[in-house]
Design a protein around this ligand. Structure first.
Ligand code: AGP
Length: 609
């Protein structure tokens, strides 16, 4: 997730307006930043790696001439956060500049084609292919307008994009377009703005025109023109008045970042499905050859590893060992060796315990693989191969969208491993791949249809002194994660364990009205789980069940239930089944009067051991 912005002003310099607007988009990405303005038929660019304030201090982002320009604040997905990979990107002639938020899925083949036609690339980004494509289209047909050249270009792109383009060829225009990545236009009598999000221009105007997928906009001092990309037909749309405060706007109208990020999960999951085959194959190659594979992480990332260990085992028949990073050195520090592979999972890529475990393994010649949300983080620098989980910045301290993204990435790696090892039939592969593709919509459905019910359940149990979270098989990982969420943001002591363990001790805690959350996918453990529910019910527990829709058997046993769509493969079930538990933790915190974004005693990235 990155932030793009552009403006054309009746008077005054664009650079300070761009700079100020990028600052208001910083929550969308902050590993590098850049601006470009046009003045007297020339292009002026400033860009560098680093946070906006750091780059401004070095280069003075307000000091660029011209009343028109575009800018970008980056969250790296392809290409480390370096100056050369920062946006804007320019074509070979240096006369066209572009900023982009999204993922170009077919950039490798497009780049090859363009290089064969003589284009020279500066960066490692997917974005740069777009500006060279525009140049290529204009080389073939110089009489085309910038608008028509962009229209022709974006029809060649696969993936998500929100782009803004300027050119010395038409120095009074900004052309922008979107597919899946957000784009909004700000309008006032002295200027026009395009941005990834309303906060960018909210202090400048409250009048916004929301641009839909598949639309392209040309901005100039003559006004704005919206066209459908498919057939170039004109679209008229009146501006809306935005009544958000700037603080609300940064959360896109949500009360907290955490609930915004829970709602972002369908889009994040779509982005994880756009990973480059090459990286997924590489990530599958090393575990395939290793004598032993450890999945090492902390907190929520550890729960993702725990779930992934079931995926690797059930799909690829590969035994992997999920290890809590702070215990790794004690448990395996002496035995880990050159035949070991470590998959370290860390949203921040900076967690001290995880990096300490990785360092110990590296010193003993083990192979290090990294899965992280922060390209350019320490974990990416110490990994032999790393893969980005494409979640965009997660501002809430509690990990939500990054958990489901990590699971989606590891499920894809497990599928590739299964294929490499010939452990699942092509039909099963196709079925699982199809279900994985459908997960974003499944998660969207759960949020849309069950959020209200979860709110009611939170109200009903807000005074509860503790909770059990129980599951069997891979749902044990879901139970652990649901418990952590409730503890860390609603401060409710909770206990999670495999449901089969109840009778070995914990069931002694059960008293009438004791809330027990069961995670109940229709998998092989379903029947046994019903027995566990009966055990609890017999002792007066209040049963809260997350079930597949239509599971009448458990519906009749539960005091409360939340439904997720049917036909979710067991190995993928943590992704949809965790959603109601994330929502439960969030609404319990709100009911209990706490701020879910800033839970006491916690930091977003634990960089101390
Ligand atoms: C999860 O909600 C917590 N914020 C915490 O457990 C977190 O998952 C853990 O600190 C690991 O962080 P990482 O993924 O950045 O390494």
């Amino acid at each position: 997730m990155c932030g793009i912005f552009g403006c054309v002003l009746k008077e005054g310099n664009a650079a300070p307006v761009i700079h100020g607007s990028l600052k208001r988009l910083e929550y969308r990405g902050y590993d590098s930043v850049g601006e470009v303005t046009l003045h007297n038929g020339q292009i002026f660019i400033k860009k560098d790696q680093g946070k906006i304030d750091e780059v401004h201090k070095l280069h003075n982002l307000d000091d660029l001439p011209g009343n028109i320009g575009i800018g970008h604040t980056r969250w790296a997905t392809h290409g480390a956060p370096l100056q050369v990979n920062a946006h804007p990107h320019v074509d070979c002639s240096g006369q066209i500049a572009l900023v982009h938020n999204g993922i170009v899925e077919n950039f490798v083949e497009l780049k090859l084609e363009l290089e064969n036609r003589g284009h020279v690339f500066q960066s490692k980004t997917d974005t740069e292919v777009i500006v060279h494509l525009i140049e290529d289209v204009l080389n073939v047909n110089p009489s085309l307008s910038l608008t028509d050249a962009v229209l022709e270009t974006i029809k060649k792109l696969c993936g998500s994009y929100a782009i803004a383009v300027v050119s010395t060829k038409e120095p009074d225009k900004i052309v922008c377009a979107r597919n899946e990545s957000p784009l909004v236009i700000g309008v006032n009598e002295n200027a026009l703005y395009c941005a990834s999000d309303i906060p960018a221009f909210l202090p400048l105007t409250k009048k916004a025109v929301i641009i839909d997928d598949g639309e392209l906009v040309t901005l100039s001092l003559k006004g704005l023109e919206i066209r459908k990309i498919a057939d170039s037909s004109l679209v008229t749309r009146e501006p809306k008045l935005i009544d958000w405060t700037p603080e609300m706007a940064v959360k896109q109208g949500y009360p907290h970042f955490m609930i915004k990020e829970i709602h972002e999960q369908p889009d994040c999951l779509r982005n994880t499905l756009r990973l480059q085959e090459h990286y997924l194959d590489l990530m599958a190659t090393f575990p395939d050859r290793a004598r032993e594979v450890f999945l090492v992480a902390c907190g929520t990332s550890y729960h993702a590893c725990l779930a992934a260990s079931y995926m690797f085992s059930k799909l690829a028949f590969l035994a992997t060992y999920p290890v809590i990073a702070s215990e790794f050195i004690e448990q395996h520090g002496k035995s880990v060796n050159i035949d070991s592979t470590i998959l370290a999972v860390s949203q921040s890529g900076e967690t001290a315990d995880t990096l300490a475990a990785v360092n110990c393994a590296r010193q003993r010649a083990a192979t290090i693989l990294g899965l992280t949300n922060a390209i350019g983080s320490t974990l990416t620098r110490v990994s032999r191969v790393y893969i980005g989980q494409q979640s965009g910045p997660e501002i809430g301290v509690a990990a939500t969208k990054t958990f489901t993204s990590q699971l989606s990435v590891m499920a894809q790696i497990a599928l590739r491993l299964a294929k490499k090892r010939g452990k699942v039939s092509q039909d099963e592969m196709d079925y699982l791949a199809d279900r994985l593709q459908k997960l974003p919509d499944i998660v969207k459905t759960i949020i849309e249809t069950q959020e209200e019910k979860v709110k009611q359940i939170a109200k009903k149990y807000k005074e509860a002194k503790t909770f059990f979270f129980l599951g069997r098989g891979i749902s044990t990982a879901t139970a652990y994660e649901g418990r952590l969420k409730l503890m860390e943001i609603a401060y409710v002591p909770a206990i999670a364990f495999p449901a089969g363990e109840s009778k070995h001790g914990p069931i002694s805690l059960i008293e009438p009205g004791f809330p027990v959350v069961f995670i109940c996918p229709k998998d092989e453990a379903h029947k046994t789980l019903i027995g566990n529910i009966m055990e609890m019910k017999a002792r007066g527990a209040s049963i809260i069940a997350v079930i597949e829709e239509g599971d009448e058997e458990i519906k009749n046993l539960a005091d409360d239930y939340i439904e997720v769509p049917k036909d979710i493969p067991e190995v993928l079930s943590p992704i949809p089944f965790i959603i109601p538990l994330q929502l439960l933790a969030y609404y319990m915190a709100v009911e209990r009067g706490f701020n879910p974004d800033t839970p006491r005693n916690l930091a977003k990235s634990v960089t101390v051991k």
